[in-house]
Design a protein around this ligand. Structure first.
Ligand SMILES: [Zn+2]
Ligand SMILES: [Zn+2]
Length: 407
């Protein structure tokens, strides 16, 4: 007789405990050698090699991204479940978002499935997704079809609370470049066209716009190029903007308004302006069925799941794009107490390599693998999850018609 799901879950728990020291070593190794977006060569290799050594067939450099990979283990017919691994770090702060835990937990879950592989029909993938912090690896991989044959995707993110169904807001990266005309700033300013003024005027226009936006909107920016010397009228200026709102469609409405602000800034200065919409992170749709299963499993290994506070502020993630294409969850597991320093702080970087972080990593790996057991032993749950997504996702949404990454 086939083993029951509960027997299989018990074996997963034992197995993760058995390989726990090795997983912790992997997490600590990635943490000690932080690699930035698209440069995660050692981190991605470590995880891909680990999966390969346990029988996964590994394809490296998928989707045209050298540090992306797909590791696959199949056993007959059944759903395809993916664990998503992140492993990029932050400039100056190292692993202050704890992606060493994300990548290692996903890999640990993949190894645990392999330990009970004969008992489960279907396919499990470990997908290495680079550049979550800057570049949107999952958005690129999604646009290039890497998730096309996946039925459900899961990852975990370290945080300050265990939450299973927290969404995220939509985000757009915009670049504005202003071209003017250089001239001597004192002797012949009338001969110049000031690209920096066009850029500054853009910021002022947007600040005027803010009063007339909904409270969920976030617009934040830096000027990366503002001229070469004070005595030369700047002939080139460049700014990078993030434009966010609760949903993808709402964020695209704001993008149009922000572009008009830049057009007006350029017009006022007599400069020309080029706008580049570099990427879109969709708002995240947490799948209710996957979230319920994950909550049961992570609860069974000792986490207390809580709901997000009402009006809790949220960021954005490239997992949002995946969550519109297939059922997905991006749950959180605590490695630090609320108020002690959230993601992107030095305190969080310390927590990501702490004993508490190590233990959270092992619980996360268990809960991911246990949830995969539920989905592979009860494929009707995958169909239920897909029906839930179909009821809320819009295949004709504007962002899904847009192409950001070319070939
Ligand atoms: Zn982050
Ligand atoms: Zn993160």
């Amino acid at each position: 007789m086939a083993a029951s799901p509960n027997d299989l879950k018990a074996r997963i728990i034992d197995y993760i405990d058995e390989i726990g020291p090795r997983l912790i070593h992997i997490s600590q190794t990635i943490h000690a050698n932080p690699e930035l977006a698209f440069e995660e060569f050692e981190s991605s290799k470590l995880l891909a090699d680990t999966a390969e050594s346990h029988g996964y067939a590994v394809e490296r450099g998928v989707g045209g991204l050298p540090t992306a990979f797909v590791a696959t283990s199949a056993n007959g017919r059944g759903p395809t479940i993916a664990f998503l691994a992140e492993y990029d770090a932050l400039p100056g702060l190292g692993h202050a978002c704890g992606h060493n835990i994300i990548g290692t937990a996903a890999t640990g879950a993949a190894l645990a499935i392999q330990a009970i592989r004969d008992e489960l029909h279907g396919t499990v993938k470990l997908i290495g997704t680079p550049a979550e912090e800057r570049g949107g690896g999952k958005a690129i991989l999604a646009e290039r079809g890497i998730f096309a044959d996946v039925d459900a995707a899961m990852m975990i993110h370290p945080g300050a609370k265990a939450m299973v169904a927290r969404g995220s807001i939509a985000s757009n990266s915009l670049v504005f470049e202003f071209h003017g005309k250089a001239a001597h700033a004192a002797a012949a300013p009338d001969q110049g066209i000031n690209a920096l003024d066009a850029c500054i005027q853009t910021f002022n226009n947007i600040n005027a716009l803010r009063q007339h936006l909904t409270p969920d909107v976030r617009i934040h920016a830096i000027i990366t190029h503002g001229g070469k010397a004070p005595n030369i009228v700047p002939d080139y200026a460049r700014a990078e903007f993030s434009v966010r709102a609760a949903t993808s469609d709402e964020s695209l409405d704001v993008v149009e308004k922000v572009i008009r602000c830049a057009e007006a800034g350029a017009l006022a200065a007599g400069a020309t302006m080029k706008a580049t919409h570099q990427r879109h992170y969709a708002h995240r749709i947490p799948n209710p069925t996957l979230a319920r299963l994950f909550a049961e499993n992570v609860g069974a290994v000792g986490e207390t799941v809580v709901s997000p506070d009402p009006n809790e502020r949220k960021g954005s993630s490239d997992m949002g794009n995946v969550s519109h294409l297939l059922p997905a969850i991006h749950p959180y597991i605590p490695i630090i107490d609320p108020g002690e320093g959230g993601p992107h702080t030095p305190e969080f970087a310390v927590a990501a390599a702490s004993e508490r972080g190590n233990q959270a990593l092992l619980r996360a790996a268990k809960a991911l693998a246990m949830t995969a057991v539920d989905l592979l032993t009860q494929p009707e749950l995958v169909e239920q999850a897909k029906a839930e997504l179909a009821a809320v996702a819009n295949p004709n949404a504007r962002w899904r018609q847009m192409r950001f990454f070319g070939e």
